[in-house]
Design a protein around this ligand. Sequence first.
Ligand code: MRU
Length: 350
Amino acid sequence: MTQTHDSIRAVLWQDGRLQLLDQRILPQQQTYLSYDDPIAVAQAIRDMVVRGAPAIGVTAAYGVVLAARRRFRAAGAAWREHIKEDMARLAAARPTAVNLFWALERMESRMAGLGSDDPEPALLAEARAIHEEDIAANYRMGELGAALIEGEGGAVLTHCNTGSLATGGYGTALGVIRSAFAAGRISHVYADETRPWLQGARLTAWELVQDHIPVTLLADGAAAHLMKLGKVSWVIVGSDRIAANGDVANKIGTYSAAVNARYHGVKFMVVAPASTVDMSLANGDLIPIESRSADEVLSLAGQRVAAQGAEGWNPAFDVTPAGLIDAIVTERGVVLNPTPEKMAAMMKNG
Ligand code: MRU
């Protein structure tokens, strides 16, 4: 299945190598970096060459393929022992997006069923399946989420980047936005610039411009004013991890957008595949929150902008309580006003 407004792929497997569109230098440069070393793949995830929860999971799965190739060539049947080190390196790359651990566990399960032959073909098939299933899930979520938006030609606000760059392709929240635009339900997108890494300004705006969807950027702090003026009917965001009670971890600033949305009567939608739901965590307080370098706050494009001597605080994610969320959309269904019971029922589907 293909969709309109869907022209970008950030993670590719080509000629036996992993290709990653370098998101650190977008939109100024569009450069794919090529990988055949799993340790370099782990570093690429850590350094945000590739980012966004589902894209991190897909990348890690291909990283396991590269690890199996190297370990099998070096150690033959003993590859299983040696690959554990590579899996641990991949798992340590970033802590919040549960899709990373979900993908590694799925690759591990596939490994368990393998004999003593070359593991690469079977593991590559599994990684490709993870990738393709993610795109299919995004298309499904696009339909489900777009159907929640009433009326025609309205506008929505999004935060961070949740599009083709952040997933196997098409996107979660941005997939809903693409589908809603194609269906005429919205005609305009407002995007928070998303300090400090500027995923909104650099990545979301670039994706939407590429796909001819009108986008207006705003400073994160302008979102409350936008809502007060009645410019948007929904805030639509993705997630890095959703707890069993429907609490949602996502890019820092999401919580603030949710508080503002509730105050102004704007609906709040979270769009994420079932692989982002972590039913092992009872609530969002248990989600590990990545803390990144203060330099990302104190500097811009490598140039110090803050007063010398000032310190910086840079939590990369925050947790929005389930009570502020109107809808969680996964490929398994829509949960309105999430509760632990509704989340459990949704996860049992499919
Ligand atoms: O630090 P990032 O850029 O990896 O953070 C990404 C986000 O917070 C996204 O909103 C989330 O991963 C969902 S992407 C479909």
